[in-house]
Write a protein that binds this ligand. Structure first.
Ligand code: S3P
Length: 178
């Protein structure tokens, strides 16, 4: 590579700050920002909550896969994904294509305290279920190229850390190529 990757895909659990960090990281890199869930809502004309309620989780996961396919054609952008996207092998494979993937890791208590049970996230609400879901998905999140600890950090701080890690990585790759 030796250059900033064409696409940076942020993965991690609900409440890990993917959208808030993504918008800031995009500004710092001069990249566009895309949010997988917002794109699904726009394309289907339904909120995520309505999609789950009317068509079920499986149908939502199919929409997610389709959208992951569509964003694999975009250039110079930072992409925030929904918390379940990277846990699906087929969707994960699409998200990984030609991209640098970054896991926004966070300690569980802080994550749970950041997720409002306001009806916008159909899978939120029950902390026991959330903990089980987190344990189930963690091995998938670990497959990301980079991980950054977001515990106690603001979205701006996390965005700067990611940008610094990317710069270090591209500098190392440049040296290795000499
Ligand atoms: C989900 C997370 C949500 C959204 C949907 C399902 C999940 O996105 O995609 O409610 O399975 O964890 P956020 O991670 O942005 O909340």
């Amino acid at each position: 590579m030796g250059e900033v990757p064409n696409r940076i895909v942020l993965v991690g659990f609900m409440g890990s700050g993917k959208s808030a960090v993504g918008t800031r990281l995009a500004v710092r890199l001069g990249y566009a920002f895309e949010d997988l869930d917002r794109r699904i809502e726009k394309r289907t004309g339904r909120s995520i909550a309505a999609l789950f309620a009317e068509r079920g989780e499986e149908a939502f996961r199919e929409e997610e896969l389709q959208e992951a396919d569509a964003i694999a054609r975009l250039d110079r952008c930072v992409i925030a994904t929904g918390g379940g996207a990277f846990a699906r092998p087929d969707t994960r494979a699409r998200l990984q294509e030609g991209a640098l993937t970054v896991w926004l890791r966070c300690n569980t208590e802080e994550l749970l305290s950041r997720i409002p049970d306001d009806g916008t996230r159909p899978l939120a609400g029950n902390h026991a279920i959330m903990r089980a879901l987190l344990a189930e998905r963690e091995p998938s999140y670990r497959l990301a190229d980079l991980e950054v600890d977001t515990s106690g950090a603001t979205p701006g701080e996390v965005a700067n850390r990611i940008a610094d890690l990317i710069e270090q990585r591209t500098a190392r790759e440049r040296i290795a190529k000499r």
